[in-house]
Write a protein that binds this ligand. Structure first.
Ligand code: C2E
Ligand code: MG
Ligand code: MG
Ligand code: MG
Length: 275
């Protein structure tokens, strides 16, 4: 399509495409170097329960400070890593880093690590998880993996085998950005899912249009025996609404923004002695 437009005389379009491709290529190269030089980092955002009977979790979120461009959003560079064939290596790095950090906390909180659909499809996820747990010494029960619904458009039997094995060794499975994907919901019945993370957009929508959507998701989660996390909670009104619905966990800036590893350690150490 770019070529067609180019022939029809839109030079600026071609130039913009060229510039975009150069940027992606350059970022791919830079990301490869960052991975080799340990120039990536992970921050941790608290996910706090509304009932004392549940343990807190921390979501591991990747950060990349590009030497010239500054902070690049993980939404952008995860896609770049997938295109550049780097997602396996990147995914292993995050897993190992996150397990080691969790082990340094003075409590038994769970660390929740995002996993891209490509990692699941590659067939390497199970080995990578087992290796990260073994290397770090983190008990499997303290690791949760966050998958998006985009995974479930692929061969569901193959995915079920991987997830069933992960669940058998004690690793928990969460569905991230729940409700935003296009996949059929039948996977809820087939896969060992512990947690549904309700996308921030539903929390925002509930403020204006009412909480029917949240209630429906909550009802479904209860039906399948899943716990529910509300993501991206930012203000007291949202918090009050989610409390009244008995949503199991809250995550968002109203509790805490993502914390640097040292601050995450302080948070967890102090939480341990408050309890
Ligand atoms: P996600 O997994 O849904 O993560 C939640 C995102 O919401 C994070 O953005 C977090 O910083 C942000 N957030 C948290 N609280 C609030 C809030 O109160 N308000 C708003 N507006 N946003 C909030 P972040 O860190 O930029 O990550 C974006 C996405 O990148 C993640 O979405 C996840 O899909 C992906 N990602 C991040 N780290 C990794 C990783 O290690 N591996 C993979 N595969 N994907 C990752
Ligand atoms: Mg996530
Ligand atoms: Mg999410
Ligand atoms: Mg989200």
């Amino acid at each position: 399509q770019a070529k067609l437009k180019g022939r029809s005389g839109s030079q600026t379009y071609d130039a913009a495409m060229g510039e975009q491709l150069r940027r992606l290529h350059e970022l791919g190269q830079a990301l490869r170097e960052a991975l080799e030089n340990d120039a990536l980092s992970v921050v941790f955002q608290p996910i706090v329960p509304q009932h004392a009977s549940l343990t807190s979790k921390m979501e591991a979120l990747l950060r990349w400070q590009h030497p010239v461009r500054g902070a690049v959003s993980p939404r952008e560079f995860i896609a770049i890593a997938e295109d550049a064939g780097l997602i396996g290596k990147l995914g292993r790095w995050v897993l190992v880093r996150s397990c080691y950090e969790a082990l340094s906390w003075g409590n038994d909180n769970v660390v929740s690590v995002n996993v891209s659909a490509l990692q699941v499809m590659s067939g390497e996820l199970l080995d990578d998880v087992i290796a990260a747990l073994r290397e770090s010494g983190l008990p499997a029960e303290r690791l949760e993996l966050e998958l998006t619904e985009s995974v479930f458009i692929h061969d569901i039997d193959a995915i079920a085998r991987v997830l069933d094995t992960l669940r058998e060794i004690g690793v928990r499975i969460a569905i991230d950005d729940f409700g935003t994907g296009y996949s059929s919901l039948s996977y809820l019945n087939r896969l060992p899912i512990d947690t549904l993370k309700i996308d921030r957009s539903f929390v925002l929508a509930a403020e204006g249009d009412g909480d029917q959507m949240l209630r429906a998701i909550l009802g479904m989660a209860r039906g399948f025996g899943c716990k529910v996390v509300a993501e991206g909670v930012e203000n007291p009104a949202q918090l009050a609404m989610l409390r009244s619905l008995s949503i199991d966990y809250i995550q968002g800036n109203c509790i805490s923004a993502p914390l640097l590893p040292d601050a995450a350690r302080v948070w967890n150490d102090c939480q341990a002695s408050l309890a």
